[in-house]
Design a protein. Structure first.
Lengths: 49, 150
């Protein structure tokens, strides 16, 4: 982990979404990065760990 | 192992994130990230501790390369070490890509001063042409990106 920096997990938060032109949510995920190091702390496409 | 006082955590966070009026940084530690509204830069490759990722090109609407998403509203200030949530207001763009891949973000000063960054959960997020990519805005923990110091 990069010392002193972190992005806190948000268990239920929906951090990002992709919407189709009709406004329907077709993908989403939590912005739940727990480590500023590249690639660490990523969850699955549902944003869960 | 060294540790950090939680009050100092809040001072640092408030000086490095858009907690001032109209999305400008706080000034308690000087102005290392400028004195104008902060921005979120979106990248199609991973940012690293040393460098930005490759910025998205200008999209159909909602995202201009070189400008990014401008934080027009203040984030709730950190208190007693709490995280700062960004953006305060939901930000989005309509893709012109085939698809546009969103991989990482950088929270920057108005003159592209680097600060906090991170990969999006589930990256690369493929946003087909005509679809919208959106990051949830809100106060504190309701915002889509939570920035903290530990």
């Amino acid at each position: 982990m990069t010392e002193g920096l972190a992005f806190e997990p948000e268990d239920e938060a929906e951090g990002w979404r992709v919407l189709d032109p009709d406004g329907n949510v077709i993908a989403s995920g939590g912005q739940s990065v727990t480590d500023a190091s590249a690639g660490a702390g990523e969850g699955d496409l549902d944003g869960r760990y | 192992m060294a540790a950090i006082d939680q009050a100092l955590v809040s001072i640092l966070l408030n000086g490095l994130t858009p907690t001032g009026a109209a999305g400008i940084p706080g000034t308690a530690i000087g102005t290392p990230v400028g004195t104008a509204a902060m921005r979120i830069r979106l990248n199609s490759t991973l940012s690293t501790a040393a460098a930005f990722g490759t910025e998205l090109t200008t999209q159909t609407s909602g995202y201009t390369a070189g400008t990014g998403w401008v934080m027009a509203n203040a984030s709730a200030v950190s208190s007693a070490g709490s995280a700062v949530g960004v953006p305060a207001v939901t930000q989005s763009f309509v893709s012109n890509g085939s698809p546009t891949n969103v991989v990482s973000f950088d929270l920057t000063g108005s003159a592209a001063q680097r600060g906090f960054w991170g990969p999006f959960n589930g990256q690369p997020v493929a946003v087909a042409s005509g679809n919208t990519f959106q990051v949830t805005g809100g106060s504190g923990a309701a915002a889509g990106i939570q920035i903290s110091l530990t």
